[in-house]
Design a protein around this ligand. Structure first.
Ligand code: PEP
Length: 255
């Protein structure tokens, strides 16, 4: 089964006012079983990827949604200073991991090969992988969007065969944190293209396609209305709990 998902990526930030003020009253259950079951089902497409240091606090305050990490190590254990392994994030309650975010590529020189290795670790360990791909502004201006995506896809997915679910986040680098976005129509077409290419080189039983890049309350619905957009990866706007919940509600309305 594919996995629609609206993910908050807090990056290396804590919401202003702290985690407890980020959490909206609707996100917390009373001790009533009916309320708990209703909310569990309501929030089943919400993912939150806080800094690892704050996972436990978030897990203690919030009973709903999925917790995720913003990255995992491509190694399983040992002398890898600064890394956090898949088993360690699982231990902290994570069920998904963002992989290959453009900031990891830009600041830590992460390559498609690294992302490919991390993807395989996630699948082996039963972590839902959320793989980010996307073109730079330079490539976008040069009309090379599809060419760049094809190369990323080939280097990450070639020969992969899995019955597990994979999430692909299309995130044009020029749209991240810039307030600029491609049109929803463009994203829809690009997602179709990504789907076609992935299916031609890999056997993946279930893939979801989410969009990331300056999604906010004003534009979220226009993306969610597209048939090939199964959710969103949200940076800046996810640091405000109310705004993130509004976007999530928009997602459910169009689902
Ligand atoms: C991101 O960093 O994944 C992202 C989509 O950021 P923003 O929503 O701030 O553009």
């Amino acid at each position: 089964m594919s996995h629609p998902l609206v993910i908050a990526n807090w990056k290396m930030n804590i919401p202003s006012g702290g985690i407890s003020s980020w959490i909206q009253s609707e996100m917390v259950s009373t001790n009533d079983e009916v309320d708990f079951n209703k909310k569990s089902s309501y929030f089943k497409f919400m993912g939150i990827a806080p800094p690892i240091s704050h996972l436990s606090e978030l897990e203690n305050l919030l009973n709903f949604g999925f917790l995720g990490s913003q990255d995992i190590s491509r190694f399983n254990d040992g002398a890898k200073t600064g890394d956090i392994s898949a088993d360690m994030v699982i231990d902290k309650g994570c069920t998904f991991s963002i992989l290959g975010h453009s900031e990891r590529r830009e600041f830590y020189n992460e390559t498609n090969k690294d992302v490919s290795e991390k993807l395989r670790i996630c699948l082996e360990k039963n972590i839902l992988p959320v793989i980010c791909i996307g073109e730079s502004l330079e490539d976008y201006n040069a009309g090379k969007t599809l060419e760049v995506l094809d190369m990323q896809i080939k280097e990450i997915f070639t020969s992969l065969s899995t019955k597990k679910t994979v999430v692909i986040a299309y995130e044009p680098v020029w749209a991240i944190g810039s307030g600029k976005t491609p049109t929803p129509d463009d994203v829809n077409n690009i997602h179709q293209h990504i789907k076609d290419i992935v299916q031609s080189i890999a056997e993946i039983e279930a893939i979801s396609f989410i969009y990331g890049g300056s999604v906010n309350c004003e534009n979220a619905k226009s993306f969610f209305q597209q048939t090939n957009i199964d959710g969103a990866l949200i940076g800046g706007a996810s640091l405000n709990g109310k705004e993130f919940l509004d976007i999530y509600n928009d997602f459910l309305e169009t689902f």
